[in-house]
Design a protein around this ligand. Structure first.
Ligand code: SF4
Length: 215
């Protein structure tokens, strides 16, 4: 039987309540000091681990603090810095193009709307949501591999396209809880509801999960 939207909303609220207690410190795993650093690191984290991006970028941001600083680097120089990040050649191009748009169109500042962010080179809704939610207090569902997988297993979405998952979740998670949902579900995916073998026996929301002990 299909679950009603009302039931799903109430089940999502209970899940969020329990997981918020379980992971009170859940937060973005990328290290950043300002919206520009988070924007660039999120762009680089596609198909790469946050740990790797932090390892490369934390020292780099100490030397190059602004979009204009990055634009002083040639493609070859920046490639050299980003070499250990997956797809570094294409990502180097995107970073430089993004910095150019920031300087030319936004006075070197990171814009604060979805419409403007997704017009920047290399920036899609996923990256834009990370920046909006973490830096600007905008309600945002930050879809990533962990959030998508765990939300599907919990039966809170039956879609697999990030934009559709985002729409489904926005329908049942209140605006003011969306950033928290993104962080705690991400943390749950990293620690318990793992991709290959979820640890359902250790999961604090297994009584609310339709996939429990069934994967
Ligand atoms: S019960 Fe299992 S499948 Fe469901 S959320 Fe917990 S770990 Fe994931």
């Amino acid at each position: 039987m299909t679950e009603t939207l009302k039931n799903k909303t109430s089940r999502a609220a209970k899940i969020l309540d329990i997981l918020s207690n379980e992971y009170p410190d859940a937060a973005c795993h990328l290290t950043y000091n300002n919206p520009f650093e988070l924007l660039i690191s999120t762009l680089l984290a596609a198909q790469c681990t946050d740990e790797r991006v932090n390892m490369v970028m934390v020292p780099l941001y100490k030397k190059h603090k602004t979009p204009s600083d990055f634009l002083k680097l040639s493609q070859a120089e920046l490639e050299d810095e980003l070499r250990s990040i997956n797809f570094y050649r294409n990502k180097t191009k995107s970073v430089l193009a993004c910095c150019l748009s920031l300087v030319n169109e936004h006075n070197g500042k990171v814009p604060q709307t979805m419409e403007e962010l997704v017009k920047l080179a290399g920036v899609g809704r996923k990256t834009a949501n990370v920046v909006l939610g973490n830096c600007f207090g905008v309600p945002a569902i930050m879809t990533d591999t962990h959030l998508n997988r765990v939300s599907q297993r919990l039966g809170l979405t039956c879609n697999d396209k990030p934009e559709k998952i985002e729409t489904d979740l926005k329908e049942i998670i209140p605006d003011e809880q969306q950033v928290k949902y993104s962080h705690v579900i991400g943390q749950h995916g990293r620690t318990i509801c793992k991709a290959k073998k979820p640890l359902c026996g250790e999961c604090v929301v297994n009584k609310l999960c339709p996939s429990a002990f069934n994967i």
